[in-house]
Design a protein around this ligand. Sequence first.
Ligand code: HEM
Length: 504
Amino acid sequence: MLLWCTTTLFLIVFAYYEYRSWKRLAHIPGPLAAHFSIYWLLRHAWTGNLFPCLIEAGDRYGELVRIGPNLLLCSDPDELRRISGIRSEYTKGPAYDAGCVTDGEPHVASERDPVKHKALRGKMGPGYSVDVQPAIDRHVSAMVSLMERKYVTEPGRQDESPARFMDFGQKTHFYALDCIGDFVFGESFGCLRKDEDVHRMTEINDLSLRMVTVAGLVPWLPGLRSRWPFTYLLPKEGDKVGFGMLFGFAKDLVDRRTVPGAMPKSDMLQSFIRSGMTREQLMQQVYIHIIAGSDTSSNWARMTMLCLLTCPPSYLALQREIDASSASGRLSFPTATDAETRTLPYLDAVLRESMRLHPPSVSPSKLSPSKQRARGEARETVCGFDVPDGTQVGANVPGILRSTVIFGPDAGCFRPERWLETAGDGSGERISRMKQTLDIVFGAGEFQCMGKAIAWMEVRKLFVELMRRFDFCIINNLKPLHLESLAIMVVHDFSVRVIRRMAT
Ligand code: HEM
């Protein structure tokens, strides 16, 4: 009898809770299952199908969709810019907690307190004016040299047996990691030099992205990691590989750089030290830069290569543009300067188009403000819908970037020319709308990515130097690569052949 009463009571409380939770956002359309549980979205995220599921939800249900009991998906770029704007009262939502690497102080990306976040960004700002170009050049050269050493096939020897395969996905991850190490803390990881996943960083990073994606969707999950028995599963300082190794590495690095009498360097870390950051904040800088700046840039490079390899006219048009500039002396050798690479309109169009079709990551959801009613202001509305306090609003980045209204009726297709055609459209209004919309890949306003200009420089330089020296071919024609669409895209098995075009 007691058991029966307890079960009935439990069911009544549960039903009441579910009813209230459903009712809060019942006026917003979305898949029925998503009104009651986050499981609908979790299933797609866990199986590496996040972006297609967001695109479909936006196409099917409209500009604002309920994709979880307290989670909305917004496909209106203007609303998203307002939400992230400087004067916006939205704050970072619980999804940002999933980005915490340790139980210590949050880093700039996971800091949810707006005042602390602003202060941290302020301290980091000057570090982002450090000249990163020499470091990027070193690693473009290291990438070229690795291909020369191990992977290139001479043009007259294409019948060479066995053919040499190179995992382009892995090498671009090495490139991005080495760049970050060099310009952020003056020590490259040496992945390209050794052609090795040093400390198994990329492997463990890829494995952890699924958990980070899930933790970003289930608000209470990140909090569990500081509780027994989950604490035992966490990486620890002293581990020989992965994030645990990273803790030891960051501690050692910061100690060496802050010890009295340490030789100052000209990297970003030096600027962060000068800004008065605490030891813990400096260590967090090491983590956030590795996390924020390596997968993202390498995904952009990978998907650009895939787009080019599957669209021969664009591949050839880009090659011709680079060759012509090179032949006329407008691209320095052995490494073109950033200013020179910016003069290549077709390269710019290719990079925008690949990023548009395959954004490297999502922007975590923001929390709607809870102050309006207290001040007697109108309630918050998004895309014309009433949005209660404390609702999470996420950006449908992949969906927006395929908008036929903004990008044209063939928005689903890789066609870099769209960025050039519209450049000549009188007022230029259409092209600026397209560029502004593409920018949501980097977030907006006070949440915007701090490394946007660096990412552009890394990828532009890489493509100029690779395309003018080598030709590339897909190995597996039926499945060029394996892609998992998580909060950050994970790419595996992108094997290519590298064939020499010119002597270096
Ligand atoms: C294609 C490459 C990249 C993409 C697509 C990208 C995208 C993003 C996104 C979506 C955010 C979060 C925005 C939000 O909270 O709404 C972010 C934050 C951030 N990114 Fe990037 N990123 C890229 C490369 C980089 C690089 C190379 C660096 C560093 C060198 C970097 C440093 C940061 C930092 C420090 C933040 C935290 C900003 C804050 O919370 O105030 N990113 N990025």
